[in-house]
Design a protein around this ligand. Structure first.
Ligand code: ADP
Length: 394
C-alpha cells in the first residue's frame, strides 16, 4: 500500500489529502485553518468519518502536528499509512521550474526566493515545506508548480512590451497560473474524447474564485490569461482581472499607494466590487431578482470571457474543444450558455438539455453536429499533483 500526501498550503491554512497515486482515490483529507490565531480549526475526514475540532496552531509545524494527531485519533497512525512521498503545491516557480522537482535545501531556498514574485503564496508554502520535511524526513518531497505547465508558451506570448532590461531585472513577464488544473483538465478532456491530446487544440476555462483561460495546442500551453501574478485576465470573485495599467498610475497620483491598490484590485474588485458579493451564486441570484449591479457584473464577466475565447480561437487557429471547469464552470449552466451564445459561425453549439443536465463528472454539452466539442471536465488538482509526484519518482 503506497500513498502520497498532497499538501496545499496558504498563509493561514493547510489543506491535505492522502491519495493512492494508482487510482486517485482519497483515504483521508482535511484542513487546518487560522494558523497563527489563538483559536484555529481542524477538519479531518477519514474512513467515512468527519471531525471538526478547535486547535491552536501557532505556525505550519503546529498545524502538521494537529494533522498527525487527527490521523492517530481516527484509526491508523500516520506512520503506518504507507506514505511514500509528499507532494507540495507551489504557486510560483518562475522561469526556472518547468517540471515537478525533488525538494532539497537548495530547491526550498529557491522557492522562498521566488516569493519576491508571489509574496502571498510562496513564503507560506516554503514554511509548509520546511515543517513537512522535518516531520517526514525519510520520504522524498516534491514541489509541483502552478506555473510550470505554462513554461511552453512562446516568447511572443509571455513577453510584455516594456524595456527588456527592466523586465529582466524584475522578472516581469507572463508566468500564468492554474497550470496544474489546466493540465489535468486538458488531459482528461482528451481521454473523454478518446483522442490523442497531441491532436487537439483546446481552450480551457477554469472558472472558480480565481479564474483563467488557457489556449492548449497538442497538450502544451501556448497562452494564458493570468500574467506576472494571478491578477490579470478574467473577472474573478474579488479580483479585477484586466484593467488599463494607466488606471493604476491615475489612482497612484490620486493618492493610492501600492498596498492600497493591492487591496483594491485583489480583494475588493471583480464580482465583489461590482455587485457586493464575490460568490458567483449570490451574484446570479441577485441578477435573477433584477439587481442591476449584479446583472452588470455578470455581463462584464461574460464579455471578458468571450473576448478571451475569441482571442484563443485565433491563437490556436481554430479549436477542437472548449472545456469548462472549476466551481462556476462545472456548476453554472447559464454562464456556459452565455459564453457560447451565438457562436454557430465558429462551429460552436451548446445543447441546452445536455448543458442543463444535473449529471456530474466529465460530460459533453455540445450539440450533435457541433464542429467544436463543448465539454465540462471536473478539475482535480490534488490527484494531478499525486500523479506527477508518482511519475517523477517512478
Ligand atoms: P477556488 O478557486 O476557491 O477553488 P471553486 O473552484 O471552488 O473556487 O469555485 C468557487 C466558485 O464556484 C464560487 O463563486 C461559487 O459561487 C461557485 N459555485 C459553486 N457551486 C456553484 C453552483 N452550483 N452554481 C454556481 N456557482 C457555483
Amino acid at each position: 500500500m503506497s500513498r502520497i500526501l498532497v499538501i496545499n498550503a496558504g498563509s493561514s491554512s493547510i489543506k491535505y489529502q492522502l491519495i493512492d497515486p494508482g487510482t486517485g482515490e482519497r483515504d483521508a483529507s482535511g484542513l487546518v485553518e487560522r494558523i497563527g490565531e489563538s483559536a484555529g480549526r481542524l477538519l479531518h475526514r477519514a474512513a467515512g468519518a468527519e471531525e471538526a475540532v478547535t486547535v491552536t496552531a501557532r505556525d505550519h509545524s503546529a498545524a502538521f502536528a494537529a494533522m498527525v494527531e487527527a490521523f492517530a485519533r481516527h484509526g491508523t497512525p500516520i506512520a503506518e499509512l504507507g506514505i511514500v512521498a509528499v507532494g507540495h503545491r507551489v504557486v510560483q516557480g518562475g522561469s526556472e521550474f518547468v517540471r515537478p522537482t525533488l525538494i532539497d535545501d537548495a530547491v526550498a531556498e529557491r522557492i522562498l526566493r521566488l516569493g519576491e514574485l508571489a509574496p502571498l503564496h510562496n513564503p507560506p508554502q516554503y514554511d509548509a515545506i520546511v515543517a513537512a520535511r522535518a516531520l517526514f524526513p525519510d520520504v522524498p518531497h516534491v514541489a509541483v508548480f502552478d506555473t510550470a505547465f505554462h513554461q511552453t508558451m512562446p516568447e511572443r506570448a509571455y513577453t510584455y512590451a516594456i524595456d527588456p532590461a527592466v523586465a529582466a531585472e524584475h522578472g516581469v513577464r507572463r508566468y500564468g497560473f492554474h497550470g496544474i488544473s489546466h493540465q489535468v483538465v486538458s488531459r482528461r478532456a482528451a481521454e473523454f474524447l478518446g483522442r490523442p491530446i497531441t491532436d487537439l487544440r483546446q481552450v480551457v476555462l477554469h472558472l472558480g474564485n480565481g479564474a483563467s483561460a488557457c489556449a492548449i495546442d497538442g497538450g502544451r500551453s501556448v497562452d494564458t490569461s493570468m500574467g506576472l501574478t494571478p491578477l490579470e485576465g478574467l473577472v474573478m470573485g474579488t479580483r479585477s482581472g484586466d484593467i488599463d495599467p494607466g488606471a493604476l498610475l491615475h489612482l497612484l497620483r490620486a493618492g493610492y499607494d501600492a498596498d492600497g491598490l493591492d487591496r483594491l484590485l485583489n480583494g475588493r474588485s471583480g464580482l465583489l466590487g461590482l455587485a457586493g458579493s464575490g460568490d458567483f451564486r449570490d451574484v446570479r441570484d441577485a441578477a435573477a431578482a433584477g439587481d442591476p449591479a449584479a446583472e452588470l457584473a455578470i455581463g462584464v464577466a461574460v464579455h471578458r470571457l468571450r473576448r478571451y475565447l475569441g482571442a484563443y480561437l485565433l491563437v490556436l487557429g481554430g479549436a477542437d474543444a472548449i472545456v469548462f471547469t472549476a466551481g462556476v464552470g462545472e456548476n453554472n449552466a447559464q454562464l456556459r450558455a452565455e459564453v457560447c451564445a451565438g457562436l454557430e459561425w465558429f462551429g460552436i453549439r451548446v445543447d441546452p438539455e445536455r448543458n442543463a443536465s444535473e449529471e456530474r463528472g466529465a460530460r459533453r454539452i455540445g450539440a450533435d453536429g457541433s464542429r467544436v466539442e463543448v465539454l465540462v471536465i471536473p478539475t482535480d488538482e490534488e490527484a494531478e499533483i499525486a500523479r506527477q509526484v508518482h511519475e517523477l519518482l517512478g
